[in-house]
Design a protein around this ligand. Structure first.
Ligand code: KG4
Ligand code: ZN
Length: 327
């Protein structure tokens, strides 16, 4: 039988992502994934919401035909449209959400509003063909969230960061060590030339009974070590070791507490090699996204839409609105 083609759109922050997934008899396949990463924010040292919205408006019309061409399909071949409805920057979200809803209405196909973090989770789960139950760890510049996913579409928050997201900590430590931006890949590269035991950073919150994360104390400890003259390489290696141990340690304890043997890890920080290596040694079955699907993108939103379609979930009402904060 013919596959159902789903378009996925993500404009939650500073990346405009449009992707296409084909839902075939053997499951979902990513057929296109085009992302425009905004650079206008670099000079401000942080994302400027209004500029992000305007860039999404300017780019999305170009990305749609690119994604369709990459998937070798026509607009009329689309069988469903999915777009992120939250969480994210309100103005930015609205661009992709309205675009997706308009497209679905014009094509008279079902529309699926997708939670951004659910998109991240499906980016990893689909790679290994995993179905719930599993634990899901989303680690990015904006999130450090651990969920229990007992069945398709059901998410229970197990723990999150009390302060900085882990990717944010990578970015800040890279900046103070003069390693540039984005910080994650820079720390990872510098760490290969450093000694992970040079600075005895304690992995945060490892004695706790709960499943929370915290990275601001580690960031401050890194600043102090830098001021005392630690090399950028040793700082990178020691910081990375502590951050990875905190993520892996808490996830493993949570897996035991929740009786889960499978974990999906996604978000920008899931690209980290040390993190992947450390999880590989836990004895848990661990899934990571394929290349290009770690960071924000539209294909992961189409994958979440495909899962909803496969589970015969009812599509979203076209009155659905964007939400900056979604529990
Ligand atoms: O998922 P993402 O693209 O955007 C957000 O939703 O935040 O994640 C970006 C974050 C940045 O903080 C970046 O430094 C981090 O992911 N990152 C990494 C690596 N690659 C990207 N962190 C650690 N190691 C990496 N290799
Ligand atoms: Zn994200």
């Amino acid at each position: 039988s013919e596959p159902v083609y789903l378009l996925g759109i993500d404009t939650s922050c500073d990346d405009t992502g449009v992707g296409v997934v084909a839902l075939t008899a053997s499951g979902p396949e990513v057929r296109a994934n085009v992302v425009w990463s905004q650079t206008v924010h670099a000079e401000y040292g942080g994302v400027m919401p209004e500029l992000a919205s305007r860039e999404h408006v300017e780019r999305i019309d170009q990305l749609l035909p690119q994604a369709l061409a990459e998937a070798s399909i026509e607009l009329a071949d689309l069988g469903a449209v999915a777009a992120t409805s939250g969480p994210g920057l309100m103005g930015a979200l609205l661009v992709g959400l309205m675009y997706g809803k308009g497209l679905a209405q014009a094509l008279t196909v079902p529309f699926y509003a997708v939670h951004h973090l659910e998109g991240h989770v499906y980016a990893a789960a689909t790679e290994e063909n995993l179905a719930p139950p599993y634990l899901a760890l989303v680690v990015s510049g904006g999130h450090t969230h651990l969920f229990d996913v007992p069945t398709q579409g059901e998410y229970h928050l197990v723990g999150a960061t009390r302060d900085d997201a882990v990717g944010e900590a990578f970015d800040k430590v890279a900046r103070l060590a003069g390693l540039g931006y984005p910080g994650g890949p820079a720390i990872s590269a510098a760490a290969e030339r450093g000694d992970p035991l040079a600075i005895p950073f304690k992995p945060p919150l490892q004695g706790q009974a709960g499943f929370e994360f915290s990275f601001s104390g580690l960031k401050t400890a890194a600043l102090l070590a830098h001021q005392r003259g630690a090399s950028a390489e040793d700082l990178a290696a020691s910081f990375q070791r502590a951050a990875v141990r905190a993520l892996v340690g808490t996830s493993v304890r949570a897996a035991e507490a929740y009786g889960r043997e499978t974990l999906v890890v996604s978000g920008g920080v899931a690209a980290n090699r040390e993190l992947r290596a450390a999880f590989a040694q836990t004895g848990l079955r661990v899934a990571f996204p394929a290349g290009g699907l770690n960071t924000d993108n539209g294909a992961m939103i189409a994958l979440a839409g495909a899962a909803a379609l496969q589970a015969r979930q009812t599509s979203s009402d076209l009155g659905v609105s964007a939400a900056a904060y979604v529990p």
